[in-house]
Design a protein. Structure first.
Length: 356
């Protein structure tokens, strides 16, 4: 059969996949290790019973936007919700990126920015972070002056490095007044500052959040943006009509009754994160200080793929980042439950011992 060729942008890409392997301890995709409250799961049956399944859902997701707005002390007109923050990012790029426009990322960072930007036709320019993966304001200045981006991404804390972005860098970007600036706060609850309080009508600033990480609802696929009203209006034009189904809207409203319960786990994760960082350093392994629920590390002098598959032999799956630009030799481990972290650390211990 002759195959019809896809667009150049699609053909040039191999896609974005996190291989899922069926192992006892899965620490590769930064989800919460804790399921959501059982009370919420029980409520879902009632919610399913109240949905008017023959009707289209509320296209504006009014109630959901209202409760999210309350959570952040903004107006519902400052809130855009979609199926995961990846769809939020895609909608931003459909609205402000696209053919003939430039999108800027500072590497290493979340791979989906470049991927979605290319799929939606934009030209992607990458600035570089330093060896410690912090970003120098001179680099921001250079890239923005040279390329005049339509959209620039910062990720705070940054995935996959865990490094917290400085507010000074965001201020620098905004003062250069070049296009839309997106701050992706997928891991904000684990870090010490948020850009949400900076959002106002006079700044081209969009902050994105997700239910997938702290809120233990990766399976539900919900994310949102907090932005000026004039941005939200345009995003609503670009997105598909009725993109949020009625069940999801109601289930998410119900989930927001339990946020404090889900957020109390944050302090446990942070304690476990320090334990992992210290233990890895104790083995002479380089780690980058993390403000998120994962730790990037580089097993020194090791064959990193070998290290990754030995972890797998011990039943522990982590993310192999070693093939990504700037991340030679690096693995990323998601902070799990204390038991899962124990299994990870004893696997590391065993691997290091076998090399001695
Ligand atoms: C996990 C993650 C997301 C979340 O995507 P969802 O589509 O909401 O699950 C967004 N940005 C970053 C940097 C992430 O790590």
């Amino acid at each position: 059969m002759t195959r019809f060729e896809p667009r150049d942008q699609i053909r040039a890409m191999s896609g974005y996949h996190s291989p899922q392997v069926d192992v006892p301890v899965r620490l590769n995709t930064n989800e919460s290790p804790f399921p959501p409250p059982t009370e919420w799961v029980t409520m879902l049956a009632d919610i399913a019973n109240t949905v008017s399944w023959n009707r289209y859902p509320d296209r504006e997701a009014t109630e959901l936007r209202t409760v999210i707005a309350q959570r952040h002390g903004v107006s519902p007109d400052n809130v855009f919700v979609a199926n995961g923050s990846n769809e939020v990012l895609q909608t931003i790029l459909l609205t402000y990126g696209g053919h003939g426009r430039t999108v800027v990322t500072f590497e290493p960072t979340y791979q989906m920015y470049g991927q979605i930007a290319r799929v939606t036709g934009a030209n992607v320019v990458t600035g570089q972070r330093g060896d410690d993966f912090t970003l120098d304001s001179a680099e921001i200045d250079r890239i923005v002056q040279q390329h005049n981006p339509a959209v620039t991404f910062l990720c705070n804390p940054n995935n996959p490095t865990g490094v917290i972005e400085s507010q000074k860098n965001l201020d620098t970007l905004l003062s250069l007044a070049s296009g839309i600036v997106v701050v992706d706060e997928a891991y904000a609850e684990f870090a010490d500052w948020s850009a949400i309080s900076l959002v106002n009508e006079d700044l081209p600033l969009i902050v994105t959040r997700t239910f997938s990480k702290t809120l233990s609802l990766a399976a539900l696929r919900v994310g949102y943006a907090i932005a000026p009203t004039w941005v939200i209006e345009q995003l609503n034009i670009a997105v598909l009509p009725y993109h949020l189904d009625a069940f999801k809207q109601a289930a998410t409203v119900a989930a927001l009754l339990f946020t404090s319960e889900m957020e109390t786990r944050v302090s446990l994760i942070k304690t476990e994160r320090s334990r992992i960082e210290l233990a890895l350093q104790g083995h002479g392994i380089r780690v980058w200080p993390s403000g998120a629920n994962f730790v990037l590390f580089r097993p020194h002098g090791e064959n990193v793929q070998g290290f990754w598959s030995q972890l797998l032999n011990h039943g522990v799956l982590v993310r192999d980042c070693s093939g990504w630009p700037r991340l030679e030799g690096c693995l990323r481990v998601t902070v799990g439950t204390p038991q899962e972290n124990d299994m990870f650390l004893s696997a590391v211990e065993a691997i290091m011992a076998s090399h001695r």
